[in-house]
Design a protein. Structure first.
Lengths: 110, 112
């Protein structure tokens, strides 16, 4: 069974709209991460968390917010979506650098 | 800050040949390096990891040795298979053990 579950798997949003990507993990890991994957850029870290209630900025946080209300859940929020945020988003939970990824969310902003 | 460099964007070779994918890193502190593999339309998965200098680590026929003197952690395999076609990422764990930084990835394309 999947230990990191992302929802939705696919999302089409309008420019200026609000988008929330959700992630749930059953690994009981303290650390959780949001990455986006784009051709030529690899995996870029948006936000991460080292426990419930904490969020930290990654390398490309502009335009994104994160929320970690519990050990299990970590959300990525796009308050005002833009076409440049069209991408594949991966959530991961981790233990000292070993990451376990969800299946990804494909987001298109039109 | 910390960084990871993968110099090849695409490596194409014929089945049965050896391969080496390059990875170099930059960090001020003690490094912990990883290789992740991502097959088409799948999520990345851990392939192997190491923090021990000059010790070879192996998994599923792939191997790598962390060389702190040259800040390198190259991924190798002696004989590639068609199923090895995938995107390979080198990654570095931040010194505080929370942040994990990835390189841009190398596509390995194995021909029959």
């Amino acid at each position: 069974e999947a230990a990191v579950t992302q929802s939705p798997r696919n999302k089409v949003a309008v420019t200026g709209g609000k988008v929330t990507l959700s992630c749930n993990q059953t690994n009981n890991h303290n650390n959780m991460y949001w990455y986006r994957q784009d051709t030529g850029h690899g995996l870029r870290l948006i936000h991460y968390s080292y426990g419930a209630g904490s969020t930290e900025k990654g390398d490309i946080p502009d335009g994104y917010k994160a929320s970690r209300p519990s050990q299990e859940n970590f959300s990525l929020i796009l308050e005002l979506a833009t076409p440049s945020q069209t991408s594949v988003y991966f959530c991961a939970s981790g233990d000292r650098g070993t990451l376990y990824f969800g299946a990804g969310t494909r987001l298109s902003v039109l | 800050g910390d960084s990871v460099t993968q110099t090849e964007g695409l490596v194409t070779l014929t089945k049965g040949l050896p391969v080496m994918l390059n990875c170099t890193y930059q960090t001020t502190y003690s490094p912990f390096l990883f290789w992740y593999v991502q097959h088409l339309n799948e999520a990345p998965k851990l392939l192997l990891k190491s923090s021990t200098d000059n010790k070879r680590t192996e998994h599923q026929g792939f191997y790598a040795t962390l060389h702190k003197s040259s800040s390198s952690f190259h991924l190798q395999k002696s004989s590639v298979q068609l199923s090895d076609s995938a995107l390979y990422f080198c990654a570095l764990r931040d010194t505080n053990a929370y942040k994990v930084i990835f390189g841009k990835g190398t596509h390995l394309h194995v021909l029959p």
